[in-house]
Structures are given as structure tokens and as C-alpha cells.
Design a protein around this ligand. Structure first.
Ligand code: UGA
Length: 418
């Protein structure tokens, strides 16, 4: 498993759990050293226990050495980062670099299956194959396959072990047989396709889910203006099996390192091949507007923002993770700071990471401490903890009792009573 970030580490640990021998590789020596000691670079429920158990059993190991790991492996997953460039395109330079090293390190006489795991634009598989041919050890043979991941942060292990489907894009019978065997213990429909279609399935799935969220967020604005209840609208729509209930929760917008990045990469890719994907541009626009909308709402309720104290509850981009990348909570907090607001913040797991990017904010030990003396509370991430707050106590300690529930986490009837 080359790349021991969120995708590589979770996937590697789960494959080890299924009984395979897995070597997780990363070029970050500090991360590998920590992992060897059982220290996780991310907070993901169940991961630490799984990693420790599999290291102990000898099935899971860590190294910075791609070459030795390549020589020992039949299947080589590439799970390195594909961060966004300034123009929104995915930066694939790490994939190219890793491919070159793998190509040179292949063991003479061996067959290696190179599998794209990172989210990549369509045709990356063809580039990997071309690069492999250019640099390969001519005494080894290989295939390139695509096996997109559909894990969600916060429930990644559960998603890996109980997926809705497994997609493998292959170009040979041998590659198909190896991947089918690898996934055999998991009971889920297996979609076998060509490499390009598998690549497209990943981008299309994330873009479609983001479209669902932006659709419901657009509707939430109609609800806000007319007094209709977005939760009920979502329930009423979602129970239609053709629409589906999931990913229809309105809020302050989607974030994280996947949807925003994959969406803009897909838009750029479409442009490059001559198709203007206007629908997805609108999905992006609605998501940006949703954040401005909540700020406007706060401003209209507080008269002036300058000098006000605002409490942000929840900083991660969603609950059950400490990931703050492209988090709407951080984005909104920063924008409020620019308008002269003093931010008090609390998050059950993400404060360490948030401290590094949200300068000038006061980080508090509990939601109650964060609420003290505040003019407004914004629930930006729907951690379970916030659904069980003693709201009477909170209200008493605030300077003004303004509570903006950006994730529909609290019971409106109870809020109204207070
Ligand atoms: C997403 C996909 O759900 C995974 O299938 C995919 O594997 C992953 O990206 C990836 O490409 O690696 P993730 O980013 O972990 O997973 O998180 P999601 O649960 O999808 O949530 C993304 C964002 O949408 C969050 O900010 C969340 O708060 C927001 N969201 C989600 C809503 O605003 N409303 C909803 O109804 C659902």
C-alpha cells in the first residue's frame, strides 16, 4: 500500500484484518516511525485497535522504502495524495513519481498488479501504464487496474467491510482474478469494468452525492423564505426509493478533502476534454453561497458584527473525524473574524488541528465554557455531544440567546420553548 494517509492506512489495515500480509509505505519518516509505535496520524473510530492487532500478528508492517515493499508484493496499491492545483485540477505528480520507482523496483521474473486507489481523473490508468512501460524492469510483467475507494471518514472501517459495492477496473483476466480473490471475504456486489469506467465511477459518485447536498441546500433557502420545514421536505422526498433518504441533510455546505476537490477536478477534466459540465459548476456555487448565507443570517440577527463574540461548536468538516480540511466551520469562522468578530470555539476531536489554522480564536475545554458571554452560538458540525447539551444552562451563560443550528442538530420545538 503506497501512501499511508487516510485511504491507504485504513485500506491496508482492513486487508491485513482479512488475512493478507500488508506493507504500508509512506515517504513521511515521522509518520512511519509513529505508526510503528502504534500512534495514528488520524482519528478514525476502530483504526488504532485494528492496526495494533495486525502489527502484533505480523500481518501489517510499515516502511518508507517503496523499492523493498514493491519487490515483496504481488498487488501494489497506489494511495498517494492527489491534492488540488490552483486551477482546481488534480496534481498527479506523486502518482507519476511512485509509478516510476515501482516500475524500476519490480522483481525480475515476477508479476505485479498495480492498482490505482487514489481518486484520479479518467485516463490516469493509461498514464500509469505508459510510465510503467518506459521505466520498468524488462524481466518483470505487470497489469494496471483501478479500484476506487468509497470510504467515508468517521465510518471508514465499517464502509470497507460492508460496502454497497466493490468496483474493479481491469484489463486482463489475471488482474480480475487477483482482485476478485482479494475481495472474496467481503459480501457485496462486484462491478467489473474497464479501467476508464472505474475511474469515472469514482468521480461520478462523489459529484452526484455533492449534487444531492447542493440540491437540498438550495431547497433549504426556499424553506427559509417561506416557512416550510426542510427536514420534512427531505424526509418526504427521500422516502421515494428512486431518490433515497441519504445525503439529503441540509446544512452549511459540504467540505472535506474529497467532495470539494473531486468536484473541481471533475469540472476541469470535463473542460479539458471539451465538455462544459455547467451542472457541477452550479453545485459548487450553491455550496459556496451556503456559507455566505449563514454569515448573513448571523449578521442580520446581531445588528453589527464588529466586537461580537461568536461561539463555533464543531470545527471538523463532519462528525467523528478530526479532519478540518475544507471544513465549512473553519471557513465561516475565518470570514467572521475578518468582520471583527471574536471567535470562541470547541470541538471534541479537531481542536489540535484547528489551532494551527484558526489563529486568534479562543479554544475552550467544553461547549459550556465556549458559550459563556457569547452573542451567538453556531453549530457547524453535528457531533452527537451537541445534541445532548443542557440548553438551559447554555442560554443562561450567554450574553444574547442567539443559537444558529447550521446542521439541524437540535430539536426545534425545544429551542422554541427556550
Ligand atoms: C466522501 C464520500 O461519501 C465517500 O464515498 C468517498 O469515498 C470519499 O468522499 C472519498 O472520496 O474519499 P467523506 O468526504 O469522508 O466521504 O464524507 P461524507 O460523509 O461524504 O461527507 C462530505 C461532506 O458532505 C461533509 O462536509 C458533510 O457534512 C456533508 N454532508 C453530507 C451534508 O452536508 N449533507 C449530507 O446529507 C451528507
Amino acid at each position: 500500500m503506497i501512501g499511508s494517509g487516510y485511504v491507504g492506512l485504513v485500506t491496508g489495515a482492513c486487508f491485513a484484518e482479512l488475512g493478507n500480509k500488508v506493507i504500508c509505505v509512506d515517504n513521511d519518516a515521522g509518520k512511519i516511525k509513529a505508526l510503528k509505535k502504534g500512534l495514528m496520524p488520524i482519528y478514525e473510530p476502530g483504526l488504532e485497535e485494528m492496526v495494533k492487532a495486525n502489527v502484533k500478528s505480523g500481518r501489517l508492517s510499515f516502511t518508507t522504502d517503496i523499492r523493498s515493499a514493491t519487490k515483496k508484493s504481488t498487488v501494489i496499491f497506489i494511495a498517494v495524495g492527489t491534492p488540488p492545483r490552483e486551477n482546481g485540477e488534480a496534481d498527479l505528480s506523486s502518482i507519476e513519481e511512485v509509478t516510476r520507482i515501482v516500475a524500476q523496483a519490480m522483481r525480475s521474473g515476477a508479476y505485479h498488479l498495480i492498482v490505482e486507489k487514489s481518486t484520479v481523473p479518467i485516463e490516469t490508468g493509461a498514464w500509469i501504464e505508459y510510465t510503467m512501460h518506459l521505466f520498468r524492469n524488462k524481466k518483470a510483467s505487470f497489469d494496471v487496474a483501478c479500484n476506487p475507494e468509497f470510504l467515508r471518514e468517521g465510518s471508514a472501517i465499517e464502509d470497507f467491510l460492508n460496502p454497497d459495492r466493490i468496483v474493479i477496473g481491469v484489463s486482463s483476466k489475471k488482474a480480475k482474478a487477483i482482485l476478485t480473490e482479494l475481495y472474496h471475504p467481503i459480501k457485496a456486489p462486484l462491478v467489473v469494468t474497464d479501467v476508464k469506467s472505474a475511474e469515472l465511477i469514482k468521480h461520478a459518485s462523489n459529484s452526484f452525492l455533492a449534487t444531492k447536498i447542493s440540491f437540498i441546500n438550495a431547497l433549504s433557502n426556499i424553506c427559509d423564505k417561506t416557512g416550510a420545514d426542510i427536514s420534512k421536505v427531505s424526509e418526504g422526498m427521500g422516502l421515494d426509493k428512486r431518490i433515497g433518504r441519504t445525503f439529503l441533510n441540509a446544512g452549511i455546505g459540504f467540505g472535506g478533502f474529497c467532495f470539494p476537490k473531486d468536484l473541481s477536478a471533475f469540472i476541469r477534466l470535463s473542460e479539458k476534454i471539451g465538455y462544459d459540465f455547467g451542472l457541477l459548476k452550479e453545485v459548487e456555487k450553491i455550496n459556496e453561497e451556503q456559507k455566505s448565507f449563514v454569515i448573513k443570517k448571523i449578521e442580520e440577527s446581531l445588528w453589527n458584527l464588529t466586537g461580537k463574540i461568536i461561539t463555533v461548536l464543531g470545527l471538523s468538516f463532519k462528525p467523528d473525524t478530526d479532519d478540518i480540511r475544507f471544513s465549512p466551520a473553519i471557513d465561516i469562522a475565518r470570514k467572521l473574524q475578518k468582520s471583527g468578530v471574536k471567535i470562541k470555539a470547541y470541538d471534541p476531536h479537531a481542536m489540535k488541528k484547528a489551532r494551527e489554522v484558526l489563529k486568534g480564536a479562543t479554544f475552550c475545554k467544553s461547549p459550556y465554557e465556549a458559550a459563556k458571554g457569547s452573542d451567538c452560538i453556531l453549530v457547524a458540525t453535528e457531533w452527537n455531544e451537541f445534541k445532548e447539551l443542557d440548553l438551559k444552562r447554555i442560554k443562561k451563560s450567554m450574553r444574547q440567546p442567539l443559537f444558529i443550528d447550521g446542521r439541524n442538530a437540535c430539536d426545534p420545538a425545544q429551542m422554541k420553548k427556550l
